[in-house]
Design a protein around this ligand. Sequence first.
Ligand SMILES: Cc1cc2nc3c(=O)[nH]c(=O)nc-3n(C[C@H](O)[C@H](O)[C@H](O)COP(=O)(O)OP(=O)(O)OC[C@H]3O[C@@H](n4cnc5c(N)ncnc54)[C@H](O)[C@@H]3O)c2cc1C
Length: 416
Amino acid sequence: MEQESIIHVNTDPTAIMPTVNARCAHDVASLPSRTDVAIIGGGVAGLISAIALARQGLQVVVAEKKSYPRDKVCGACLNANALDTLAKLNLLHLLDELQAPTLTQVQIQCGSRTVRLPLPHGRAITRREFDLALANEARRCGVTIAENTTASLEELRPDQNLRCVKIQGSQQVHHMEAAIVLVAAGLSGVREGSQPWPAQVTPRSKIGIGLSLTCQTHNIAPNTIHLCVRENGYLGLVQAEQGVLNLAAAVDSDLLKQSKSFGIWVHETLAKYQLHIDYPFEEAEWRGTPTLTRKVLRPYGQRWLAIGDSAGYVEPFTGEGMAWAMAGGNLAAHVVSSHLKHWSTKHEEEWGTIYRKMIRHRQLSCRTLSWLLQNSFRSRLAIEAAAWFPGIGSWLIHGINQQAQPATIDVAPSKA
Ligand SMILES: Cc1cc2nc3c(=O)[nH]c(=O)nc-3n(C[C@H](O)[C@H](O)[C@H](O)COP(=O)(O)OP(=O)(O)OC[C@H]3O[C@@H](n4cnc5c(N)ncnc54)[C@H](O)[C@@H]3O)c2cc1C
């Protein structure tokens, strides 16, 4: 399963079926034949970069496989870092308009232990509402968004100044040329001609499942990320906008072999930690992701840069995925708008260096957490340590919430 899909419950793992979107695709024939920047994927990374680039006066086209509003597997938590990027772009008002609750603590339950750690700052918002608001904002800035279209990287034009992009609508195919392409297609990445996306999945990596719902909850505390840890995965719950409850979990990819459905696993997990939610989880339509933790060998190529999950990903914890995606999208927009006129392969290589610098420290915190939670003995030991020495937990939370863009980032000036 290389794309996010709806998982029909009470079936065996081979029955994971992709969603068929019945809405009409964008009329691709109306798209321009040439643009400054083409963006493949309209998630948070793609939309943030589109907004930032359009505000710099560049012509931007986004190709998005689904149509908004659309659900997405995500914990719905924006951390301090993500809020910082939104503030830089003057977009925090979107969260106020959507009435996204603030988050002040994370409550981790593991075995018989419960640990509560304060969060520096955070907000909860479902991806259905957040991505729709960002897409509307991008359109207001002049971005063209082609919904229900699938794009791929095609060849470089012979003079090497433009990259071709193939945009597939429901009936037609459109070929567009772009000075730069940003690949923001999430975990799956895209094909470059006949080449698969250059990603290496980490062994024993988990998959993501998720659901947003409106229902009665009894002891889900507001302003709190609830993290329930079990031997084969962990489940995060948060109250998002307008009383919507968001659930997201990272679970072993062979969980379905042990449990009849994700719904049963979630039900058991909630019961284990005495969290009461009146909802028939066994009958729900869970969304699922491909395997999560992956390294991308080279997040750039001739006239393309990868951003967000397409540039690499580590399992989620308290809201770092969107923070990386948005910081990366904003930074890529800065690199592209500053150097577009005199673009060279040097800028692509620089993107690789900048990106690694940007995410190295925060990925270390997530990899540490991921390693601890891989095994029940280690996770119990970690939770005991965090209960006795809260500084340890705070150190990890601080690492995850650290500034996305180190002050040392240096993009060499273009030669005029
Ligand atoms: C279980 C789980 C919980 C998580 N919890 C959190 C959390 O609480 N907070 C947080 O910050 N992060 C969380 N994350 C991580 C977060 O969801 C991702 O890091 C984030 O969505 C990455 O954004 P993106 O824009 O790179 O990719 P995406 O949001 O995945 O967007 C990619 C977009 O590209 C589109 N697309 C794909 N291929 C193509 C194509 N060929 N052509 C056109 N369009 C295409 C897709 O339809 C999609 O809309 C969680 C992830 C999981 C799995």
